[in-house]
Design a protein around this ligand. Structure first.
Ligand code: ZN
Length: 133
């Protein structure tokens, strides 16, 4: 019956890779996870279902934590009224270090519609915005 476990590890990795590849990128991570998961299962003879459950819990916890953090960021208008000195002709500046170099990032991956601006000097999260489409 050993091949069933091997098959389920393989299937789990496919799902895991599909979810995490945009964040982590590359098959190096996938190989590492394969190695760690495989050795855990072999060494502790754990039931595979617990890995799926633990993975799902960890993933949803991370998902919720990220969204919660994003949701509590000010939006553009709130940011300007909180930090009026940060409004520039060309855009906005960072309220911490006053750098005018900002970049935006997606919440869950590069193409995410939920985005936020971060200061490129001190990496402070500045404000959130949504891509409408
Ligand atoms: Zn800054």
């Amino acid at each position: 019956m050993y091949y069933i476990e091997v098959m389920s590890v393989f299937l789990f990795l496919l799902v895991f890779g599909a979810i995490f590849a945009p964040f982590l990128g590359g098959c190096l991570v996938l190989l590492l996870v394969l190695f760690i998961l495989g050795s855990l299962i072999v060494f502790f003879s754990l039931n595979f279902i617990w890995f799926i459950i633990a993975g799902l819990i960890l993933y949803s916890a991370g998902f919720i934590a990220r969204f919660y953090k994003w949701y509590h960021l000010p939006d553009y208008n709130e940011y300007i009224s909180l930090h009026p000195q940060c409004k520039l002709d060309t855009g906005v500046s960072c309220f911490k270090c006053s750098s005018d170099k900002t970049l935006h990032a997606g919440l869950f991956n590069k193409q995410s519609k939920l985005r936020y601006y971060i200061c490129s000097s001190c990496k402070t999260m500045l404000f959130r915005f949504k891509v409408l489409q």
